[in-house]
Design a protein around this ligand. Structure first.
Ligand code: NAP
Length: 342
């Protein structure tokens, strides 16, 4: 029997890779998106005609219920999110609505319309915040440091409560950072890839603008926040495979998914600029205005459960991922018009 999957956040980085992963396995894929988003270019544009598109806004309970009823899914992947932790300070109520309340509405819709469906909910390593233990596993207490992470903790706890109270199959992935050439330009990793591409092409004023409406690269320099920020970075293509594996398990559980290897932003700059034959020190400056009000601590995954139970190991390493992102930015800048991060 052909399996049916509903993905919220289909236009996002993970939604688009996950849709490809499921289509390759013969699934019928339903993707939920805001109407205005679908009709602009996005990560899932190439999937038009291969997936069923359901229009709806995750801030509207009726839209969520309708999507679940229309798709009649065997599997649901709840990926829609206001996914920028830094931005969540300026958009705290909206972040709670999309990252917190929408998840509960989805669980309610599942409970009433298709209680046999398996649900994957996208939790985040940001929930660990200033973590009490390093590395972090499924038992590490949460200590969120921004509105994004606090909303994610709420939805994560409700996933467990619905699972235990109603016997629903609601599993979560506590995913560490994952990147790709499909990452939006407002994420720091993609800014660095873009900065390196500008250096490669001799662009001193980038056509792309940052959040303050200034060229991302200005006078030949890319401005970043705290360069000693360290993260566990993997490739999105590997991480969507983990999402799918999580829903193929006999029991719904929480899984920490990460590479277990930590790098700093300075490391990322080094690899990106070296790939185009440049020294990053000559092209990157640190701007205190870009430092987050509250930084998270040292977050790095202990992915033992994912490795042992799911058989999941990442296939794409850090250097390959960064070089791929730089190459994609070089190709884009050579051929495409500028984008604004918003
Ligand atoms: P992303 O690229 O930012 O995609 C987010 C998606 O959510 C987009 O498709 C966006 O659609 C959609 N969305 C936002 N607000 C919506 C609304 N009101 N109604 C309907 N759709 C809405 O994020 P991602 O990197 O793919 O991440 C997927 C999930 O994993 C998110 O929940 C994220 O928080 C979580 N996560 C990501 C990472 C990571 O490193 N990437 C790590 C841990 C957890 P539009 O096109 O309409 O904006």
């Amino acid at each position: 029997m052909v399996k049916r999957a509903l993905i919220t956040g289909i236009t996002g980085q993970d939604g688009s890779y996950l849709a490809e992963h499921l289509l390759e396995r013969g699934y019928t894929v339903f993707g939920m998106t805001r109407r205005e988003s679908w009709f602009r270019h996005h990560n899932a544009s190439h999937l038009a005609g291969r997936i069923e598109v359901l229009f709806g806004d995750m801030t509207e309970g009726v839209d969520i219920a309708a999507a679940v009823q229309d798709a009649r899914p065997d599997e649901i992947y709840n990926l829609a999110s206001q996914s920028r932790p830094g931005e969540s300070w300026a958009r705290a109520p909206e972040t709670l609505l999309i990252n917190g309340l929408a998840a509960i509405r989805l669980f309610e819709a599942v409970r009433h319309a298709c209680p046999a469906a398996r649900v994957y909910h996208a939790s985040s390593s940001e929930m660990f915040g200033l973590a009490e233990q390093v590395p972090q596993n499924e038992r590490t207490p949460f200590n969120p440091q921004n509105p994004y992470a606090a909303a994610k903790v709420y939805a994560h706890q409700m996933a467990r409560i619905y699972r235990e109270s109603y016997g629903l199959f609601i599993a979560t992935g506590i995913l560490f950072n994952h990147e790709s050439e499909r990452r939006p330009l407002h994420f720091v990793t993609q800014k660095i890839a873009c900065g390196a591409a500008c250096a490669a092409l001799g662009i001193v004023e980038s056509p792309d603008l940052n959040e303050r409406g200034r060229p991302l690269v200005e006078h030949g320099k890319l401005a970043l926040g705290n360069l000693s920020v360290a993260r566990d970075w993997g490739h999105a293509r590997d991480f969507v495979r983990a999402m799918w594996l999580i829903l193929q398990q006999p029991r719904a559980e929480d899984f920490v998914v990460g590479t277990g290897v930590v790098h700093t932003l300075a490391d990322l700059c080094r690899v990106a600029y070296a790939h185009v034959g440049c020294d990053w020190h000559a092209h990157v400056v640190s701007d205190p205005a870009l430092v987050r009000p509250l930084e998270t601590g040292r977050t790095v995954a202990d992915p033992r459960r994912a490795r042992e139970q799911l058989g999941w190991v990442p296939a794409i390493d850090f250097e390959t991922m960064v070089r791929g992102m730089v190459d994609a930015q070089v190709a884009r800048l050579r051929s495409a018009p500028a984008t604004h991060p918003d």
